[in-house]
Write a protein that binds this ligand. Structure first.
Ligand code: PEP
Length: 252
C-alpha cells in the first residue's frame, strides 16, 4: 500500500558546517514529533551524503541523493554511479528534477536509464514530472505529463514499477512561492494514478506514492496532503529549515 512520504531536496545549498548543523537540528526536532505515519527522506548534495547517513543511523529518516549518473561505472569524470550511492547507504534518489531537465538537458530517455540503474542497486527512484507555466496556459499539461511518465518509467515491469515514487512538480510552482491549489494537485495526481492503472492494474496504481512538490510549506501542506491522491511532498526551500521540514512531515 502506498506510503506517506516527505522528502527534502537541499539542492546545491549549504557548506559542510551548515549541513552538519541542519542535519543535527533535523534529528533533534524529529525527537519531539511522532512521525510513525510518514517516511522522511533527506536528500543533501553528494559531498554531505556520508554526514547525513551517519546521523540517520540513530534517527527516523532515510537518505536520498539528488541525481545519479546514467552510466554504470568507469570513465565519466565528475559523475556518481548508483553503485557508489548504494555503498553510502543511500536508499532513495531523485531523478528528472525540472532543474536537471532545464540546466543539464536531461531527457525522458536519460531518466529511464537512471531509473534502471537505481533499481538494479535497490535504490528507490523518485521520478519528477511537471509542466511549465506556458504548457499549462496552453492546456498542454496532461499531454506533457503523460509523455514524461510513459517515456521515463513505463518500460518497467509491474514489480519494478511498484517500487518507484513519482513527484508531480509543476515548474511554475518550484521556488516561486506560487503553490498549486489542492484541486490542481489532486487532478494531476489522479491523472498519473489512472495512467498507471491503465498501463498496469489497480494494485500497482495503489502501491505507487505520488508526491506534490512546489512551494510546499507548513501552512499549505496539510490541505495538499488531505487530497485523495496526494501521498506527501517533495520539499525544496522549506527543507532547509529543520522545524518547517518536520512540521510539513507531520501534516498528514
Ligand atoms: C523542488 O525543487 O523540488 C521544490 C519543490 O522546491 P520548492 O519547495 O522550493 O518549491
Amino acid at each position: 500500500m502506498r506510503r506517506n512520504i516527505v522528502a527534502g531536496n537541499w539542492k546545491m545549498n549549504k557548506n559542510f558546517a551548515e549541513a552538519d548543523d541542519l542535519i543535527n537540528s533535523i534529528e533533534e526536532t524529529l525527537r519531539q514529533y511522532d512521525t510513525t505515519d510518514v517516511d522522511i527522506i533527506v536528500c543533501p548534495p553528494f559531498p554531505f551524503l556520508e554526514l547525513v547517513s551517519d546521523v540517520s543511523e540513530d534517527a527516523n529518516f532515510f537518505v536520498g541523493a539528488q541525481n545519479v549518473a546514467k552510466f554504470d561505472n568507469g570513465a565519466y569524470t565528475g559523475e556518481i554511479s548508483a553503485s557508489m550511492l548504494k555503498s553510502m547507504a543511500v536508499d532513495y534518489c531523485i531523478v528528472g528534477h525540472s532543474e536537471r531537465r532545464k540546466y543539464f538537458f536531461e531527457t525522458n530517455q536519460d531518466v529511464a536509464q537512471k531509473i534502471d540503474l537505481l533499481l538494479k542497486e535497490d535504490i528507490t527512484p523518485i521520478m519528477c514530472v511537471g509542466e511549465s507555466l506556458e504548457e499549462r496556459e496552453s492546456n498542454k499539461h496532461f499531454e506533457v505529463i503523460r509523455k514524461q511518465v510513459e517515456e521515463g518509467i513505463f518500460h518497467l515491469r509491474a514489480e519494478d514499477m511498484q517500487r518507484c515514487i513519482i513527484a508531480y512538480e509543476p515548474v511554475w510552482a518550484i521556488g516561486t512561492g506560487k503553490t498549486a491549489t489542492k484541486e490542481q494537485a489532486q487532478e494531476i495526481h489522479a491523472f498519473i494514478r489512472q495512467l498507471i492503472r491503465e498501463k498496469y492494474n489497480d494494485d500497482v496504481a495503489q502501491e505507487v506514492s505520488i508526491l506534490y512538490g512546489g512551494s510546499c510549506n507548513p501552512k499549505n501542506a496539510s490541505e495538499l496532503f488531505s487530497m485523495e491522491d496526494v501521498d506527501g511532498g517533495l520539499i525544496g526551500g522549506a527543507s532547509l529549515k529543520a522545524k518547517d521540514f518536520i512540521e510539513i512531515a507531520c501534516s498528514f
